[in-house]
Structures are given as C-alpha cells and as structure tokens.
Design a protein around this ligand. Structure first.
Ligand code: R5P
Length: 293
C-alpha cells in the first residue's frame, strides 16, 4: 500500500504538452474499445501494421492433412516465427505449450467435414466466448459462406460472435469460405469481404484475386489473405508480395508454410515480405539462403 506520509507534492503537469490522442493504426478500427485495440495490436504489428498468421486449423474439417499429422512435432517449432497462431482449441490445448506468448486467433466455427460434397451447407458457433477468453485468445475466426446454401446460418453465427466480441473486446476474424459451387472471382470477393465487415468483423480473411486492390479498398477493415493449396515457394512469396502491394495487411497462411520442405525458412521469408518490404524475388533468395543453412 502506498505510504500516506512523506509523499512528494505533485508539480509537473506538462502544461505545454497536449495529451496524446493518437488515432489507432489499423484501418476502420479507431472507434472500438481499448481492450479490442489492445488485442488487435497483438494480431497486427503496430510498427508495420501487418501480420503473419500461421493457419493450422485444417484438421477441424479435413482430419490430419499433410504436415499436420503431428502438430507437436511440426507446428510447435514454427510458432516463434509467426505473429499469430490460427487454430482450434483442441490443437492449441493439446499441442502448443502455454508458454507460447504471442497471439492466438481461435477457430470458432464447426463446419461440415470433407466427407460432405460441399462445405457451404452451413456451420455453427463452435467455441463459447468464455472459453476463448479463458484461452487468452486475441481474436476468434468465424467462417462464412456468402452465396452458399449455408449463407444465412453462417452470417447469423458471425453476427452473434460479433455481439459477444464487442461485449468482451475480442475481435472477430470473418473468413470468406468458398464452396465448390462458388466462383473465386473479384466480384465474389468484393461482395463477400464487404458483407463480413459490415456485419461486424474486425478483420477479414479472403483469397488473393485479380484487381485485389479494389477488394481491399472496398473493405472498411483490414484484409489478410489465405494461402490456399501448396504452391512452389517462389510463387507463394509472389502471391504474398502482390497482396501486400495491393494493401493487404498480412497473410493467414497454412499449407504454403507447413508443407514447405523448409517451413521455418518459408515462414521467415513470408515475414520479410509482410513486415520488411522485401520483394518476392528478394524474399525467395532469403528463403534459399535460410534453407541451405
Ligand atoms: C480456412 O479457413 C482454413 O481452415 C485455413 O485456415 C485457411 O485455408 C488457411 O490455410 P491455407 O493457407 O492452407 O489455405
């Protein structure tokens, strides 16, 4: 307890310095509460404004994908090189040590498994907000199927998750999922990203496409890109580079990192593009150097 006797009298009120009232660095998020901004500042690096999210949530619908058979062996060593882990509570609790002290974006929907013809039939909210907070999540991810059979259910899930997110200061990542029947066009991504942001998502994950700068411009909150199927490393770095050039604030990349022959080198190379302004060519040279060490 502070002593009541012998304290110095306060005297320096810095009358010539106006109180700092800086606008929040992340696009469209200035009017959110302190707690949400604090969590967003763990997701997005306040210096670069960008993020490298490592997605390994695939098992929640695909089972053990190549590279994720043993997450304790393959993912745990990668954690140090990403800014955010994007995964299910089951994966985190069972395979990631709680001493991990960066951000967590918790996959918070359950969707249909790969046994179904088309995943866009619908989903539900898979993680109670209390449990997300218990796990110290910096965000939760809600997948939505704009244009799919499950559009209504998934958007309802998003809205309720955003209500809980605003109540507790937890940002919601809106994920634009593309079902088999849906075309990956610029027009589609323009529509889907905008809808998720308007319904309350604090940031949106989508796929890179032609005229991506228009998708970014029309989405009032930050966009991160998913990696998609494994590409040769040089091509994946080019995609990341082009997305950042178009205004994306980072990547939420899975298979192009953990299925790489050199996952740590690849994660570090992606971070060079995302945070340090490396071109894709420079980042690929960096990747080769790191891989050959
Ligand atoms: C989609 O939401 C998935 O569950 C993954 O999080 C996402 O596709 C990112 O992983 P990848 O880069 O492997 O596509």
């Amino acid at each position: 307890m502070a002593d009541a006797i012998g304290n110095k009298d306060a005297k320096d009120y810095y009358l010539d310095i106006p109180q700092t009232n800086t606008a929040f660095f992340a696009k469209g998020l200035n009017n959110t509460d302190w707690g949400m901004k604090n969590r967003l500042s763990r997701i997005f690096n306040p210096v670069s404004g960008n993020t490298v999210m490592l997605a390994f949530d695939h098992g929640y619908m695909m089972g053990s994908t190549a590279g994720l058979e043993r997450m304790d062996v393959t993912i745990e060593p990668l954690c140090a090189y990403a800014d955010v882990l994007m995964a299910t509570r089951g994966a985190i609790r069972s395979c990631i040590p709680p001493t991990y002290n960066k951000a967590l974006c918790l996959r918070a929907t359950h969707d249909t498994s790969v046994l179904f013809e088309d995943m866009s039939v619908g989903n539900g909210w898979g993680v109670d907000m209390e449990d997300a907070i218990r796990m110290n999540a910096s965000a939760i991810a809600i997948q939505c199927f704009v244009g799919g059979e499950g559009e209504r259910d998934s958007l309802e899930t998003l809205c309720r998750a955003c209500d809980a997110g605003y109540k507790y200061g937890v940002p919601v990542l809106g994920v634009t999922a593309v079902g088999k029947q849906m075309a990956r066009t610029t027009k589609y991504f323009l529509l889907a990203t905008r809808i998720l942001a308007e319904l309350g998502a604090s940031f949106v994950k989508t796929y890179y496409c032609e005229d991506f700068e228009k998708v970014v411009a029309a989405c009032p909150v930050p966009i991160v890109i998913a990696g998609g199927k494994k590409l040769p490393e040089a091509e994946a770095l080019t995609m990341a580079y082009q997305a950042i050039q178009c205004g994306a604030r980072g990547v939420d990349m899975g298979r192009n990192i953990f299925q790489s022959d050199h996952p740590i080198a690849m994660c570090k190379a992606v971070a060079k593009v995302v945070h340090e302004g490396y071109t894709d060519k420079l980042a690929y040279e960096f990747y080769l150097d790191e891989a050959n060490k």
